[in-house]
Design a protein around this ligand. Structure first.
Ligand SMILES: Cc1cc2nc3c(=O)[nH]c(=O)nc-3n(C[C@H](O)[C@H](O)[C@H](O)COP(=O)(O)OP(=O)(O)OC[C@H]3O[C@@H](n4cnc5c(N)ncnc54)[C@H](O)[C@@H]3O)c2cc1C
Ligand code: FES
Length: 266
């Protein structure tokens, strides 16, 4: 697939809740092409810092898009220098982008029911998938967990998905909203017949590891979106490899989505 590389206009950059912001970008090509699971690399230096500092672009999932209006949205947690710089961008300014990236996307299985597990900011890694599942009228259950109410930063987005037919259940570690505990604690309640379900997930490694084991034990088809520190984002630096049944594969190129049982030593 052709990639877009260039500067795009910031339509919105707003604080959402917890440590999460949402940035909306005018990026028609990416809005048209982005598939569930794909991501973009954003150049996080803004006009008030040296042009190439920080040097490396940062990877972010395409959380939502509108093909007709030509925008994409990214939800980002402010965890370090790059994401802090991103918060300085104002509406009308420009940011350099590369994407859509990642050949390993979430496959839509029209013959099965979908169980989507989202942990923390991983909710933005599966939201485009949820949108496509609902467009295809596929029965969709979403289990969305975070440490507390403020960290359920895509709550409003998932409430809209709920209105469109998804069954959405919220979990918080501290019980400040929804069900107290982790989104994977009740899987057996939903997965009655493993052959009829497919699990999709994005979130912290312990959650993905749990799901990998679960999929092995219960023989449920499962796809996990992985997170690795990335330097290039398009397969050149080999800095993002994971061990799989095929050897080492690049999360940015062959991923970020992998079938769970393909992962080795995960
Ligand atoms: C395919 C992919 C999609 C992603 N999508 C999103 C998204 O939609 N929203 C979002 O908020 N984040 C996402 N991330 C993670 C995001 O890229 C990092 O949080 C970001 O690069 C941190 O940049 P920084 O300069 O602020 O942090 P740095 O100053 O570089 O690091 C700050 C802290 O964050 C940790 N960190 C840095 N990069 C990562 C990483 N990739 N994963 C986990 N911890 C990291 C560092 O170890 C350090 O502790 C994604 C990562 C990948 C690989
Ligand atoms: S980030 Fe460079 S190969 Fe994946």
């Amino acid at each position: 697939m052709e990639l877009f590389e260039g500067a795009v206009k910031v339509l919105k950059n707003r604080f959402v809740s917890g440590i999460t912001w949402e940035i909306v970008l005018q990026a028609p090509y990416i809005a048209q092409k982005a598939q569930p699971g794909q991501f973009v690399m954003l150049s996080v230096h803004t006009s008030d810092v040296k042009k190439y500092d920080p040097l490396n672009r940062r990877p972010f999932a395409v959380a939502d898009s509108c093909e007709n209006e030509g925008w994409i949205s990214v939800y980002y947690d402010v965890v370090g220098r790059g994401t802090r710089l991103l918060t300085h961008l104002k509406e009308g300014e420009f940011i350099k982008i590369l994407g859509p990236l990642g050949e390993g996307i979430f496959p839509i299985r029209e013959d099965k029911k979908a169980l989507v597990v989202a942990g923390g900011i991983g909710a933005s890694g599966v939201s485009l998938l949820v949108k496509k599942l609902l467009e295809k009228n596929i029965p969709t259950v979403v289990l969305y967990g975070a440490r507390n109410k403020e960290y359920l930063s895509m709550f409003q987005w998932y409430e809209k998905a709920r209105q469109k037919g998804a069954k959405v259940y919220y979990y918080t570690d501290d019980g400040s909203f929804g069900i107290k505990g982790f989104p994977v604690q009740d899987l057996d309640k939903y997965i009655d017949d493993p052959q009829r379900w497919v699990i999709y997930a994005c979130g912290p490694k312990p959650l993905l590891r749990f799901l990998k084991n679960y999929s092995y034990q219960r023989k449920v088809e499962t796809y996990l979106s992985l997170d690795r520190r990335m330097a290039c984002g398009w397969g050149v630096c080999l800095g993002c490899v994971v061990k799989t049944q095929k050897g080492f594969e690049r999360v940015c190129k062959e991923g970020p989505v992998f079938e769970a049982q393909r992962l080795v030593d995960f």
